[in-house]
Design a protein around this ligand. Structure first.
Ligand code: KG4
Ligand code: ZN
Length: 353
C-alpha cells in the first residue's frame, strides 16, 4: 500500500433492518454510503421480523459491500481497517455483519473494530461539523432507543435516562399502525400531521415533569387508540376513520415532541452542559428538529443534530471507529455480538485490549 495514500475505513452496519456499508476517509469524509433498506419486507407485519431481517442481510451483505467499495472508487487492498456494529441489535442480523467484517479483517490482515450502534448514532452529530460535540448530552431516539447520555467523549457515554416502556420510534410506528399508515411510522406520521390540527385531540405528555430523565410512550399510544376508535367494548371501531387521521397524527406528534424536547432541556441543565447532540431515526423528524432548535436558541444550548440521512440507520456513522482505532481499541477475531439493550457504561466496556 502507498504510505502517502489516504487511510480508508470500510464500515458495516446490519443491526436491525438496514444492510449498510460505507467507506470513510480518516478525515471523516464519507466516500460512499450504501443502504439497502428492508422496509418493504416488513411492511405487512407493521414492524421488523427478526428472522426475515437476518435472511435478507445474508442475501444483501456482499452486494452492499461491493457497491460501497465501487462508489468510493476503492479496492480492498486500500483499506486500513474494517468496522462493524456488534451491539445492540437483533442477534441474527448483527451476526451477519460481524461474520462479513471478520472475514475481511482476516483475509486482508487489517484491524477489526467493533462499534456500538447507539454510540455511532451520537457520533453522527459530529459529522459535517468542525466544532467538537463532546462533552455534552447525547440523545438517541430510534426504533429501539430513547436514551439520554452523559457523553464525555466519543467512547465514554454513560446512560442517564431512558424509556420505561416503548421507544419513541416504536411509538411512532405503533401509532401509525393504529391510524392505518404505512411502516415505518415516523415519516408517515410526519406527513399526515403536516395538514392536521395538533390541538383537536389533546394527547397526554407522560412523565413531562416527573423530575427524572425517564420517558413513557405506551400511554400516549393507548390515548391515540382510544381517540381514534373509542374505548374497548362493543362500540370500538376496528379501524380509524380516515378523516380523523391528520388531526390524530398531529396530536400524537406534538405530544411526543414536547416530551422529548423538554427532557433534553432538563438533562442539559441538570448536568450543566452547554451542548446537546441528537441522533437516531426519529431525529430525522422535521417538526422535532425545529422544536429542538427553538428550545436550544432560547436556552443558549449548542445543538448538534445529525443530517437526516445520517439519522436513520447507515454505516457511515460507524466512522466513530476511527476514534477507537486511534485509542488502540481494536477487537480480536473471536469478538462476539452483544444484542441486549445498552449497558449504562456501554462506551467503556467494549473493545478492551
Ligand atoms: O435509527 P433507526 O433507523 O433504526 C433504529 O436503530 O431503530 O430508527 C428507525 C425509527 C423508526 O421507528 C422510524 O419510524 C423512525 O425511526 N423515524 C422517524 C422518522 N424517520 C424515521 N420518526 C419520526 N419522524 C421521522 N421523520
Ligand atoms: Zn439505529
Amino acid at each position: 500500500m502507498n504510505p502517502s495514500a489516504p487511510r480508508l475505513l470500510l464500515a458495516i452496519e446490519s443491526s436491525c433492518d438496514e444492510t449498510a456499508a460505507a467507506v470513510v476517509r480518516e478525515d471523516r469524509t464519507v466516500l460512499s454510503s450504501i443502504i439497502a433498506s428492508q422496509h418493504e419486507l416488513h411492511l405487512d407485519w407493521g414492524g421488523v421480523v427478526p428472522e426475515i431481517a437476518s435472511r435478507a442481510h445474508v442475501r444483501r451483505i456482499l452486494p452492499v459491500i461491493s457497491a460501497a467499495l465501487q462508489q468510493a472508487d476503492c479496492t480492498t487492498d486500500q483499506l486500513t481497517a474494517v468496522a462493524v456494529t456488534t451491539e445492540p441489535g437483533l442477534v441474527g442480523s448483527l451476526l451477519v455483519g460481524l461474520t462479513a467484517a471478520k472475514t475481511i479483517a482476516l483475509t486482508l490482515n487489517i484491524p477489526l473494530i467493533t462499534v456500538n450502534h447507539v454510540e455511532a448514532h451520537i457520533y453522527a452529530c459530529s459529522m459535517g461539523h468542525d466544532t467538537p460535540i463532546y462533552p455534552g448530552i447525547g440523545f438517541v431516539v430510534s426504533g429501539g432507543h430513547t436514551n439520554l447520555y452523559d457523553c464525555r467523549s466519543a467512547s465514554d457515554c454513560r446512560l442517564i435516562g431512558g424509556t420505561t416502556d416503548d421507544a419513541a420510534g416504536e411509538a411512532f410506528d405503533k401509532a401509525a399502525r393504529i391510524l392505518g399508515l404505512p411502516y415505518p411510522g415516523g415519516p408517515s406520521i410526519q406527513q399526515a400531521a403536516a395538514t392536521g390540527n395538533p390541538d383537536r385531540f389533546r394527547m397526554p405528555r407522560p412523565l413531562l415533569h416527573s423530575g427524572k430523565l425517564d420517558f413513557s410512550f405506551s400511554g400516549l399510544k393507548t390515548a391515540v387508540l382510544y381517540a381514534a376508535r373509542g374505548v374497548p367494548g362493543p362500540n370500538q371501531l376496528s379501524s380509524t376513520p380516515p378523516e380523523l387521521v391528520p388531526d390524530l397524527a398531529a396530536g400524537f406528534q406534538a405530544a411526543a415532541i414536547e416530551v422529548m424536547v423538554e427532557k433534553c432541556r432538563q438533562a442539559v441543565r441538570l448536568l450543566k452542559y452547554s451542548r446537546l447532540c441528537v441522533g437516531g431515526g426519529v431525529a430525522a423528524n422535521g417538526p422535532f428538529r425545529q422544536a429542538l432548535s427553538t428550545m436550544c436558541r432560547k436556552e443558549r444550548i449548542e445543538l448538534f443534530i445529525a443530517p437526516p440521512e445520517l439519522c436513520t440507520d447507515n454505516a457511515a456513522m460507524a466512522a466513530v471507529a476511527w476514534e477507537l482505532l486511534a485509542a488502540g481499541r481494536t477487537a480480536s477475531l473471536d469478538a462476539d455480538v452483544l444484542p441486549g439493550l445498552v449497558r449504562p457504561d456501554f462506551g467503556r466496556s467494549r473493545n478492551k485490549k
